[in-house]
Design a protein around this ligand. Structure first.
Ligand code: FES
Length: 172
C-alpha cells in the first residue's frame, strides 16, 4: 500500500540525530547541575572547617618560650587573662585569674608567694590550691601545649578541679 506524500511525512519517526542531540544536551546539563551541587556542598564543609580552625586559633594564646621562665615563678599573661606558673620541678600550669569563690580577679603576691583575693581574702598557692577559704576549689586551669619550646594555652574553656594533680601540668 502506498501512502500519500503528506501522510508519509506525518508518520515518519523522529530523526535519530535529533534525539541523540537532546540526550547529549540533557547529559551535559545534568553533569553541570551535579558539579554545582558538589561545589556548593564542598564549600559549605570547607568554610565550616575553616571557621572551626579560626575559632581554635583565636582561643590559642602564646605565652612565650619555656627558657624564659625560671622554676618557682608566676607570670601574668594579660592577653589570655591567666597566669603561667613555672613550678619548682620545671613543669608548667596556666591558672585562671578568677577566684573560685565569687569570681574576683586574683593578683599574685610576690612577697607572700601566694595569690591573694582582694574581695574576701581567699589565698591560693602556685599550683592554684586553696590555702585560705572562703574559696573551696582550686583556681581553674587551662590546657597548655609545648610546641618547639613555645607555650601555647587554650583559653576556650577553663577546667575546674577539686584538687591539684601533676597531670594538670606539662613539661618538656
Ligand atoms: S571572690 Fe575571692 S574570696 Fe570571695
Amino acid at each position: 500500500m502506498k501512502h500519500s506524500p503528506v501522510l508519509e511525512k506525518q508518520i515518519q519517526p523522529e530523526k535519530p540525530r535529533r534525539r541523540t542531540f537532546f540526550a547529549w544536551l540533557w547529559g551535559i546539563l545534568l553533569s553541570v547541575a551535579f558539579l554545582e551541587i558538589g561545589w556548593v556542598v564542598g564549600t559549605i564543609f570547607k568554610s565550616r572547617k575553616q571557621r572551626e580552625e579560626t575559632k581554635r586559633a583565636l582561643h590559642l594564646v602564646e605565652a612565650g618560650m619555656i627558657q624564659n621562665y625560671e622554676p618557682g615563678t608566676v607570670s601574668a599573661v594579660p592577653e589570655g587573662q591567666f597566669y603561667m606558673c613555672c613550678l619548682n620541678d620545671g613543669s608548667f600550669i596556666a591558672l585562671s585569674r578568677n577566684c573560685t569563690h565569687l569570681g574576683c580577679s586574683v593578683p599574685w603576691d610576690e612577697k607572700k608567694q601566694t595569690f591573694v583575693c582582694p574581695c574576701h581574702g581567699s589565698t591560693f598557692d602556685q599550683t592554684g590550691k586553696v590555702l585560705t577559704p572562703p574559696a573551696i576549689r582550686p583556681l581553674d586551669y587551662f590546657p597548655v601545649r609545648i610546641e618547639n619550646g613555645l607555650l601555647r594555652v587554650d583559653i576556650s574553656t577553663p577546667l575546674k578541679r577539686q584538687a591539684f594533680d601533676p597531670s594538670q601540668t606539662v613539661r618538656m
